[in-house]
Write a protein that binds this ligand. Sequence first.
Ligand code: ARG
Length: 468
Amino acid sequence: MAKDNGTRKPWGGRFEEATDAFVEAFTASVDFDRRLYAHDIAGSIAHARMLARAGVLGEADAEAIVRGLEALRAEIEAGRFTWSVALEDVHMNIEARLTERIGEAGKRLHTGRSRNDQVATDLRLWLREQIDAIDAEIGRLQEGLVALAEREADTVMPGYTHLQVAQPVTFGHHLMAWFEMLRRDRDRLADCRRRVNVMPLGAAALAGTTFPIDRAYTAGLLGFDGVCENSLDAVSDRDFAIEFVSCCALLMVHLSRMAEELVLWASPHIGFVRLPDRFCTGSSIMPQKKNPDVPELVRGKCGRVQGHLVALLTLMKGQPLAYNKDNQEDKEPVFDTVDQVLGSVRAFADLVPALEPDRGRMRAAAREGFATATDLADYLVRKGVPFRDAHEIVGRAVRHAQAEGCDLADLPLETLRGFSEAIDEDVREVLTLDGAVAARDHIGGTAPAQVRAACARARAWLAARRRG
Ligand code: ARG
């Protein structure tokens, strides 16, 4: 029987020599998959209860197993558990220690299952919990955005296309654009959760088991919505994890875009917002520096998560049915994705309520780029001028104002009338920033009234989400 450093392998029966020491370390996953311990124990408890109910396991044995596993959980949480690389992974570590504690009964736990359905179950249970944690944290970020958007519903700032001043918008409207991106991220995660929350247990190694198991019962105990309907697929596919990471990859793309805007806005050239000192760091050489490290890091972590997505897709590609050891490589990318996403969302959820907008700088910037040119063209259209002609007329007026070094609103009425007879005194209102934003008064538009309405709808949505 194969032994390594005195540790008997649970699968050692057919082996004639001990595992090579390097191979043992190379194939082990316990250093990272021990993170699944609580879900591994929960899965084992449910499995033992089901086996007892089905008459496969004696009541006394099942009780000993359940109590033993609960004691083990306490041992792990107290930091008193010794993880052994020789026992390869979290599953065999826990099973071996259980047997050490309760004897014979511990050896009966693995009846009618395999590490293949066990690990897939553990990962799904763990991921389900992480999805809920991420969802809650995005919700907190969204609450902060709505609160700030409501406060800044009247704040005028430049809206950009091509990063050139395009039309005035309200800061509240801009923040609610972020809210919408995050709403879709949460919807995607919720949809992904439906496919995560299906139970592989019962698939055993790949073909099912000869014991009269009751999979629906186990699934009920573990809070799964149903069971995987094909045993080969159940132990093999990690598409649920890939889908989760792809949702996260997109979420991180959104966060990186917000990060980029925060970095730009905090730059002294733009100065639309001030980031509180507690979210920034200084430079070791330049005494004047205050750097927006938090958004920069979030932007950087985005790359890491995209990498995890590609790693998982590539890991799955070309794998024949059913389980292959390749799949052990799924955990680290998934774990790191969760860590980076939770950290990034949390950082933004903390940061957003602390942002200090500079309304004066925003308004001044909006005045700079002829942001109301479209409004003048629309005005001419309302006076009967065809839009293409109006576009041309306003273009000439902009060229003139540019040469004069002033805004359209600063041109005397006589000068404006020189470009089109259709222009009257009532053009003044149209050329103001507040008039321009207030005029975009329909659902989805930037008018302060619409931003307030959007915030109210957002609050109702958030409340409904909290109720579940
Ligand atoms: N540590 C393994 C993993 O993460 C558990 C399943 C191992 N199964 C096996 N037949 N070697 O995938």
